[in-house]
Design a protein around this ligand. Structure first.
Ligand code: ADP
Length: 387
C-alpha cells in the first residue's frame, strides 16, 4: 500500500527531487502548512537543502542515498524535469510521485511534447523530427528560413537551440549537436515572429481539480527570462485563450502537480504553444505576493491531493524581475539596504554561495495599481540592488 494523501494528524514529509530555488520556495510553502521537507540533490547546502535536517546530498544517482530519501518521504515531487523516468518508476513502487513517470515521458522530449499536444488540437509552430542533415534541408525548403533547431532533451535557458538563417548554416549546426561525443537528437520548428511571449501556470491534483493562473507576459534577454508582467497586457479574450491552451496541455498529459506552459503571441494575434515545464516555474514566482494562493502552495496541495487554493490575483498588477549574476565570486550582494526602503517590493534571495554571470541568484516582485506602476517600481528596486 502506498502512503496516501496528507493527513494533518501525522507528521508528513514531502520529498523534493532537486534542491534549487524552486524546491526552496516549495519547501517554504510546505513548512507554512505544517509539513516536513526532505531534499535530495547532488551536492550539499543547496538552496532547499540547507533548510532541512532531511538533506540527502549524495543525490538520486546514488542508489543508497535515493533509498534513504524514499524512506524519509511520504510523497515525492520534483523541481527538475531532467530526472530519468526510470528513477521515478522505481520510486513509484513505494511512494506516490507527482508528476508521474508517464507524464514526464511525454514532456521530457520536446518533440514528443509537441506531437502530444498537436494531436489534441493545440496550435504549435510547424515542427518535425530531425534524423539526418537532409531532414534539416528539407525543413528549410518546406517551411522557409529562418527556422529553429532544438535538442529534443535537456534544453534550458536557450542552451540547445540554434536559429538557422540559411542552408549554408546547416552543416555547422549538425556538427555542433550531432557530431560531438554525445549526439543530441534534434527537432526543427519554424521561427515564430511573436509580439509577446506568454505563460500560464496550472495546478492540478489527483482528483482532477484545477487552478489556472492568469496569463503573464515573459520578457527574455539572451533566452533567459528577465521580467514577468502579471497579468499580461493583452486583451481579455487572448488571456482566456492562453489559459484554455494551458489547461488542455496539462489535462492531456494527466498532469498532477504544477505546470508552466509557455506560449507565443504571434503578429497575427494567434497563440502558439512553445513548451511545458512539469514543475513550479520562473514565470510563476509573482504568485507568492500577487495571488491568493501561490504556485508553490498549490504545488504542495496538488501533489498531496488537497483542495487547491484560488489562483486569482489579489492585487491589480505585479512585475517580477530575476536577479541574475553580473560577476563571479561570492553570492552575497553588496547591499540591499536602499532597495528595501521601497514599499510593495518583495526581495527573494536564494542563498546560493557563488555567483556567476547570468546565474539566477534571486528575484524581486513589485506589486502595484497597474502594470506600469509595478514595472516602474520593480525597476527602481533593481537599480538599487547592488552586487
Ligand atoms: P528552453 O527550453 O531552453 O527555455 P525554448 O524552446 O523555450 O528553450 O526557447 C528559448 C527562447 O528562444 C524562447 O523563450 C524564445 O524567446 C526563443 N524561441 C524558441 N523557439 C522559438 C521559435 N520557434 N521561434 C522564435 N523564437 C523561439
Amino acid at each position: 500500500m502506498l502512503p496516501s494523501i496528507y493527513n494533518p494528524s501525522e507528521p508528513f514529509t514531502i520529498g523534493l527531487l532537486g534542491g534549487g530555488q524552486l524546491a526552496k520556495m516549495t519547501a517554504q510553502a510546505a513548512y507554512r502548512m505544517g509539513l516536513r521537507v526532505a531534499v535530495i540533490e547532488h551536492g550539499e547546502n543547496s538552496p532547499a537543502g540547507v533548510m532541512t535536517k532531511l538533506e540527502f546530498p549524495a543525490g538520486w544517482k546514488d542508489p543508497e542515498e535515493l533509498e534513504k530519501f524514499i524512506q524519509a518521504s511520504d510523497i515525492i515531487t520534483l523541481e527538475n524535469e531532467f530526472i530519468d523516468p526510470e528513477i521515478l518508476d522505481h520510486i513509484a513502487e513505494r511512494r506516490y510521485v507527482f508528476p508521474t513517470a508517464d507524464t514526464m515521458r511525454l514532456v521530457q522530449d520536446k518533440y514528443v511534447q509537441k506531437q502530444t499536444f498537436a494531436a489534441v488540437g493545440v496550435p504549435t509552430p510547424a515542427f518535425a523530427v530531425i534524423e539526418t542533415k537532409q531532414d534539416l534541408l528539407n525543413f528549410g525548403e518546406k517551411h522557409g528560413y529562418p527556422f529553429v533547431a532544438k535538442t529534443r532533451r535537456f534544453g534550458y535557458d536557450g542552451y540547445g537551440n540554434a536559429t538557422i538563417k540559411r542552408d549554408t548554416e546547416i552543416d555547422m549546426v549538425w556538427r555542433r549537436f550531432m557530431e560531438g561525443e554525445e549526439p543530441r537528437p534534434l527537432l526543427a520548428e519554424s521561427f515564430v515572429t511573436f509580439t509577446k511571449e506568454l505563460a500560464v501556470m496550472v495546478a492540478r491534483n489527483k482528483r482532477g481539480e484545477v487552478a489556472v493562473y492568469p496569463c503573464v507576459q515573459t520578457i527574455q534577454q539572451g533566452h533567459i527570462c528577465v521580467t514577468v508582467l502579471a497579468p499580461a497586457p493583452i486583451e481579455e479574450q487572448l488571456q482566456k485563450r492562453a489559459q484554455e491552451i494551458a489547461l488542455t496541455c496539462v489535462e492531456t498529459i494527466n498532469g498532477v502537480g504544477v505546470f508552466g506552459v509557455e506560449m507565443f503571441l504571434t503578429t497575427d494575434n494567434e497563440i502558439l504553444f512553445n513548451e511545458i515545464a512539469p514543475r513550479p516555474h520562473n514565470s510563476g514566482h509573482y504568485t507568492i505576493e500577487a495571488c491568493v494562493t501561490s504556485q508553490y502552495e498549490n504545488c504542495v496541495r496538488a501533489v498531496t491531493n488537497m483542495p487547491l487554493g484560488s489562483p486569482a490575483m489579489r492585487v491589480p498588477a505585479a512585475c517580477m524581475i530575476n536577479l541574475l549574476g553580473e560577476r563571479t565570486g561570492s553570492g552575497i550582494p553588496d547591499s540591499v539596504v536602499e532597495m528595501l526602503k521601497i514599499d510593495d517590493v518583495a526581495l527573494h534571495l536564494y542563498g546560493k554561495k557563488d555567483v556567476r554571470m547570468g546565474r539566477k541568484m534571486g528575484h524581486l516582485t513589485a506589486t502595484g495599481a497597474s502594470i506600469d506602476e509595478a514595472f516602474a517600481r520593480a525597476n527602481q528596486a533593481l537599480e538599487r540592488f547592488i552586487w
